[in-house]
Design a protein around this ligand. Structure first.
Ligand SMILES: [Mg+2]
Ligand SMILES: [Zn+2]
Length: 142
């Protein structure tokens, strides 16, 4: 069977409600693996496995949404995709955004001296992460 045919047949066989539920299940399994990164328990193979599970369910969701939206699916998809990709591009290129500000003032891990990664949530709260020690550090300079 061709890949697209498998997604179509899966949705037709189990029905869309079960496949939506399975999508939620697979996304929560990926969340669980990603959360482990910040607990110092990164499992790259398990992350890739869960990424694939989610991708396969997203491909079935794509089939489901195409059924529901008809031709509008493609224009909607492309419009959001372009908009959201452009938004990331803007964040990367803006001259006075947080990203650049933090990049110009690198912070280093007090334990291993390697450069810390910074993570900002939607409220602008910044936390620093050492990928080597796999721990968060407080920002004591501000
Ligand atoms: Mg899974
Ligand atoms: Zn460190």
């Amino acid at each position: 069977m061709e890949e697209k045919e498998i997604y179509e047949k899966a949705v037709k066989h189990w029905g869309y409600a079960l496949q939506v539920n399975q999508s939620i299940q697979e996304m929560s399994e990926l969340i669980k693996e990603l959360t482990k990164i910040f607990q110092g328990k990164t499992n790259p193979e398990a992350i890739v496995e869960e990424m694939i599970d989610v991708q396969i369910m997203l491909n079935q969701m794509e089939y489901i949404m195409k059924e529901k939206m008809g031709l509008a699916y493609h224009s909607t998809y492309e419009s959001y995709f372009d908009k959201k990709l452009k938004r990331i591009e803007e964040l990367l290129t803006a001259s006075n955004n947080d990203f650049k500000a933090h990049k110009s003032l690198p912070k280093f891990c007090p334990r291993c001296n390697l450069e810390l990664l910074w993570l900002s949530d939607r409220n602008g709260i910044v936390r620093y992460w050492c990928d080597t020690c796999q721990i968060f550090h407080e920002d004591k300079s501000s």
